[in-house]
Ligand binder design. Structure first.
Ligand SMILES: Cc1cc2nc3c(=O)[nH]c(=O)nc-3n(C[C@H](O)[C@H](O)[C@H](O)COP(=O)(O)OP(=O)(O)OC[C@H]3O[C@@H](n4cnc5c(N)ncnc54)[C@H](O)[C@@H]3O)c2cc1C
Length: 481
């Protein structure tokens, strides 16, 4: 056993089920936990202050957990390419252990660092790394259903495979100094307390007992307020919880489920964990999706990219209650449900004809769980430009979606105060209220609440016409070749 190793923490801010930490402890007597605040990720273009604030709080929490065990977190500010080799020299470490990350940025960074230090990457971001889920002819999957089938056929982790958190850790020598973890004040963390313990408690709550929410997930996941889903995404994003722990806990709940119906809830949830891994797989194998449509035919789509319409969408001022409520919640809380994400994304891309990359960027700036793979996958899926995409002609109807998933209008009333007194029958299309009712309810269209930016039916027809034209043009080009 050699004497010193670095545990380079990136998006695995946890002590439980951490293969990189376990490998470092096996390798060396002394393990130095280190986190590098890379200026690109921390001060770059369109960085989310909220997500950074969450990360910093989670780092503080991890530092506290390490100190309880005799260690501490060393944070340094600068480029990992310089700092990791410098720390290796300074500490006399003989190896660096880190959890493998598959985004193009992470892969390039790790390749550069590995030229200078012995970098050992362990799995953990996903249960089954991209290179292990391949087609029979050894190609990456580009369609979800066969990917999920292949994923499920691989050996699943069990409780005994999960790595327990270490009870004691070797102290970090005093001469290894760190920079302070920045503070970004002004965010309310009551919805997403940034700690490993909070992640575990949330998972427990979601999966525990005869009435566990996971058993109803398939029915309640589409509630617009997000109460029907786990709300674990920020914890997965930064690895405060391992995907393996989540999977094992869900499967244990499934084993205790009393009805087939309850089992279906668990299966539906696990399916979402697989979607998460699917998009990691897509980003790893097709890094061009970061900047381009997966399906090239959409490269010629005549987006209008009207910045006034885009601003109204961002501000939650489209005149469609369900879109506006979700966009306001996004700004306020940095999180919205999957259903809300799909509705607002569809509206931006198909009703307003704004390129999905504009929306993706806005989500990236707002979301606590903003994740390069899932965000890109979600936007390309909704836009119809992605791998496993919803067809472009599937256009979410903002009124019907509201009526279906927020029938009493509780969600929209909460986020759009101007709608507070609108009767249920008009709540998702307040513009249909007679003028005297508008006056009585205080929801005066075009005054206290905007008139709809576009007529949905006309916008839908326009999007479909453009789509048909796009395909006709492509066909013509193909024939001329
Ligand atoms: C336009 C758009 C953008 C999105 N951007 C992100 C993003 O930046 N970060 C992010 O984590 N998710 C993103 N999603 C996926 C999904 O909306 C969120 O993961 C989910 O709403 C988080 O809530 P939850 O934790 O309660 O999820 P649950 O429903 O409880 O699901 C459990 C976990 O599975 C994963 N998951 C669930 N649905 C999906 C999905 N469709 N794709 C990939 N993973 C999924 C998440 O890690 C989630 O925490 C996006 C979806 C769309 C349509």
């Amino acid at each position: 056993m050699s004497s010193v190793a670095l545990w380079w923490i990136r998006r695995d801010l946890r002590l439980t089920d951490n293969a990189a930490l376990a490998a470092a402890l096996r390798h060396a007597h002394q393990v130095i936990p280190v986190f590098i605040l890379d200026p690109i990720a921390h001060h770059g273009h369109s960085v989310s202050q909220r997500r950074l604030a969450f990360l910093y709080e989670a780092l503080r929490s991890l530092d506290r957990a390490l100190r309880k065990r005799g260690s501490r977190l060393v944070v340094r500010y600068g480029k990992p390419d310089d700092l990791i080799p410098a720390l290796v020299r300074e500490s006399g470490a003989t190896a660096v252990f880190a959890e493998e990350d598959y985004s193009p940025y992470a892969r390039q960074r790790d390749a550069r660092v590995a030229k200078h230090v012995p970098l050992h990457l362990t799995p953990g971001v996903v249960i089954h790394p991209p290179e292990t889920v391949r087609t029979a002819d050894d190609k990456p999957y580009t369609v979800f259903t066969p990917f999920a089938r292949a994923w499920r056929a691989l050996p699943s982790p069990s409780r005994s495979a999960l790595l327990p958190p270490p009870t004691h850790l070797p102290p970090v020598p005093d001469e290894i100094t760190g920079d302070p973890i920045p503070i970004i004040a002004g965010f309310d963390w009551s919805h997403f307390p940034p700690s490993e313990q909070a992640a575990q408690e949330r998972l427990e709550h979601f999966c525990h007992g005869d009435e566990a929410p996971i058993f109803r997930y398939h029915h309640e996941r589409n509630w617009l307020d997000g109460r029907g889903s786990s709300r674990l995404s920020p914890y997965f994003r930064f690895g405060l919880l391992s995907a393996r722990s989540a999977f094992v806990t869900a499967m244990e709940a499934r084993a205790k489920a009393k009805t087939e119906e309850a089992k279906q809830g668990v299966d539906a949830w696990i399916n979402e964990l697989i979607w998460r891994e699917f998009y990691v797989n897509i980003l790893a194998h097709f890094p061009h999706v970061v900047k381009q449509n997966f399906r090239q035919v959409y490269d010629n789509f005549p987006w209008e990219n009207d910045s006034t319409l885009f601003a109204a969408w961002r501000e939650g001022m489209t005149g469609y209650p369900v879109v506006d409520a979700a966009m306001r919640q996004l700004r306020e809380e940095g999180w919205i449900s999957n259903r809300a994400r799909m509705i607002v994304a569809s509206f931006l891309v198909k009703d307003l004809l704004v390129h999905w990359r504009w929306g993706e960027r806005w989500f990236w700036e707002q979301l606590i769980d903003g994740d390069p793979a899932a965000n890109n996958g979600g936007w390309q899926w909704t836009a119809g430009t992605g791998t496993d995409a919803a067809p472009f002609f599937r256009i979410f109807h903002p009124v019907k979606q509201g009526e279906q998933f927020d029938p009493g209008g509780r969600y929209v009333r909460r986020w759009v105060p101007a709608l507070a007194h609108v009767p249920d029958r008009f709540i998702h299309h307040p513009w249909d209220m007679p003028v005297d009712l508008q006056r009585k309810t205080g929801c005066r269209i075009g005054d206290t609440y905007p008139a709809p930016l576009v007529d949905h039916e006309q916008a839908r027809q326009r999007a479909l016409r453009l789509l048909q034209q796009l395909h006709r043009d492509k066909q013509k080009r193909d024939e001329e070749r």
